[in-house]
Design a protein around this ligand. Sequence first.
Ligand SMILES: Cc1cc2nc3c(=O)[nH]c(=O)nc-3n(C[C@H](O)[C@H](O)[C@H](O)COP(=O)(O)O)c2cc1C
Length: 351
Amino acid sequence: MRSSLPWFQSPRFPLYLAPMAGVSDKIFRQFCKERGADVLVTEFVSAEGVFRRNERTRGYLDFDECERPIGVQLFGGNAEHMAEAAKQVVDWVRPDFIDLNFGCPVNKVVAKNGGSALLKDCPTLAAVAEAVVRAVAPLPVTAKIRIGWDADSINASRVAKILEETGIQAVAVHGRTRAQGYSGEADWKVIGEVVQAVSIPVIGNGDLTSGEEVIRRRTETGIAGAMIGRAAMSAPWIFNQVKHYFATGEQLASPGIEEKWALIQRHCQLAIEEWGREDQAIRSMRARLMAYSKGFPNGKLLREKFQHVSSLHEINEIASEHLMVGRDSVESSVSRSGSTESRPTNLLSID
Ligand SMILES: Cc1cc2nc3c(=O)[nH]c(=O)nc-3n(C[C@H](O)[C@H](O)[C@H](O)COP(=O)(O)O)c2cc1C
């Protein structure tokens, strides 16, 4: 593998937070960075939106210095527009790299020949990559792909080779086809084939949920880095857990429930500051609260409550009540067992 990207020299096996529209905003990216993520990527941004310079697009591009190295992810199917948009983004926010989205399965994007549609149209994919590489040089450009359009057209190795030839400096491969959406399992065999096909770094992506799994996939495929998405939505500390497992071969326990609630409350507080409107901010947090509370005791009840929240006060009340019930049930189980030992805090620490 050859790479001029510094984050493949140190820490050598970088952990990426996957770009996730509606999830990997500035607040969440920073949470993940504080918890071990090495490389961040913004939510995808439409090249056309960049032209229109609308507020919303501008918001997606916003990041803080502490997030570096960070890439801005662009999507679009028109080479000229993509190149112009990439140049504008570089002028505005000076990211560490531009990432091209060739994997998005969403109809709205695919219909405009963006995202994974380009996996079916290699000449246009090459034209887009080449134009963006030329437009922003010497700033590095990377790409994110799926393994193919559908099971009959798996072409990730060919696509990765084309991208390498255009000057793309690393490629992240999500081991699913466009047709799969998020169903089934990621095909890591194909990811391994991509590693063999190119000499640029390949970042493996799909269904990674633990350090053990990342090591197994790395050994099987020879990937140069790993990208984690959905697992981080409910456990942003997963990056530190992966690193701990790499260093020691042991699992690092997840934070206790109090710490998890503190993180949720902090996220809500920061979202309010970001939005400037508490009700809007908390409503926008509902889906995030569902993800954060995955695996919490009484999760079903919590999720029902989260569907209706619109203020931080309500979140704080739910947290206090939930922690109180947790403590009561631990105490009653201790008194039932007649134990005089210290509180079994592991009952409060649930993945
Ligand atoms: C809510 C959500 C939003 C996503 N948005 C993007 C995106 O903007 N750009 C992109 O390249 N991939 C996007 N993805 C795909 C992820 O980056 C990643 O490839 C996928 O979730 C598989 O990784 P995982 O199994 O670790 O979650 C998104 C996924 C989810 C769940």
